[in-house]
Design a protein around this ligand. Sequence first.
Ligand SMILES: Cc1ncc(COP(=O)(O)O)c(C=O)c1O
Length: 473
Amino acid sequence: MQIIMKMLGRQTNTFQFPWKWLYSTGQRGEMDGVQQQMNRQNAISFDRQHLWHPYTIPGDPHIAEVVGAQGVYLHLADGTKLIDATSSWWCVAYGHQHPHIVEAIQRQASQLTHVMFGSFTHTPAVRLAEKLLRLVPPELDRVFFADSGSVSVECALKLAIQYQYATGHPEKNRFVTIRGGYHGDTTGAMAVCDPEDGMHQIFSPLLRSHFFAPRPTCTFDQVWSEEQIEPMRKIVETHHEEIAGCILEPVFQGAGGMYFYSPEYLSALRPICEKHGILLIFDEIATGFGRTGKPFAQAYAGVVPDIMCMGKALTGGAISLAAMLCNEKVAMGIRDHVPSAFMHGPTFMANPLACAAGSAALDLFEEYGTIENIHRINRKLTEGLDSAKKLTGVQNVRTLGAIGVIEMCSTVNRVKTSEIAKRHGVHLRPFGRYIYTMPPLVTDDMALDRITHAMCEAAARVTHSDQMTDTIC
Ligand SMILES: Cc1ncc(COP(=O)(O)O)c(C=O)c1O
């Protein structure tokens, strides 16, 4: 130490060793237990005073500190280990800290952490795009990377409008969608979320008004009837001169109600869009990478959209990254009109660390996104949630792919439900009337049993203890 001090040319008694730096690089070694406990309390109290969490008021008292995670487990500061049954908002598809992803990020960090994607390209972006293009229908062969799911939706909406503008239809600048959708929290995305049941009603003065058809009532397994598409057809026939694109989550609406609808809807929609020069945009941000039982949910109908958004599991949940893919018609359609460039370019576009994580995650998708594995998870979820069907206060129990949902008759108390699940070693984050799981695809049978048990317990206990004020059954 003395030698280092001398080299630094400082007096030993005045030199402040940079502990702060050593903490952050993890080299100080073990802190004693008391110190750790104090830091924890400080972290929580600092958090309450200064931090803001998603969809909360500042100072949310129901925030727990996570100190690490491994596989399907979250490790909390108080020593609790919880199964992450929501894959941390549906993105940690291969479990936490998967060594293949962690190593890819570390390797990349030693070479190039970031460079602007304007003027430059790099192997991580090229390799990720190559792998992605092997997964999606061949018509989608242009890739535009974005920072998050919402931003990729913004890109899709902008590109659709720019395409219409460039091909002589500047008046086609609104969108049509179905009720119950969720596409993100940025302005353009909010405007195509469900206008009433979504979370964005109060921002309506900020939002462009679009067209909303009722969501198909024909569920995933029900027999399709053509009249389901009629309301959409009517809207399009009446307003097609104003409509640039049709955006929806194919087959599975997530945050808008954990709802599975008939893939036939997509098949019926495709020719309507085609006939009226409307671009079809699929938001596969939640449905992508095997979650519904197909690599992408569009495969249930064999319908290829003009533009597709993906995110969440793209990097196995390690770092934020999303992508918008489109076909040649759209990509080249904007070429012959000023501005001939697509006018979007975020600073961190195609960040090399995120792309390296994405590339590693796609290797894991080959291993865990298989039909057999998703069927295994589906079988376990279906068996495990069966007993919830008989519970008072349960409206419906359903599964699709690696998604399991208990729909209650009334809004559930999120905090209480999470607490009950926590006692069973499971992290759940219900919303609205939905107690659901979207577990990591690496979750083994025993952990799946624990998740479904915790969900059934929560559904049983929360119903008895909560007042049902907005019951629908
Ligand atoms: C279907 C869908 N689209 C878009 C988004 C927004 O993605 P992000 O939170 O990465 O902005 C989400 C997030 O839940 C989503 O489920």
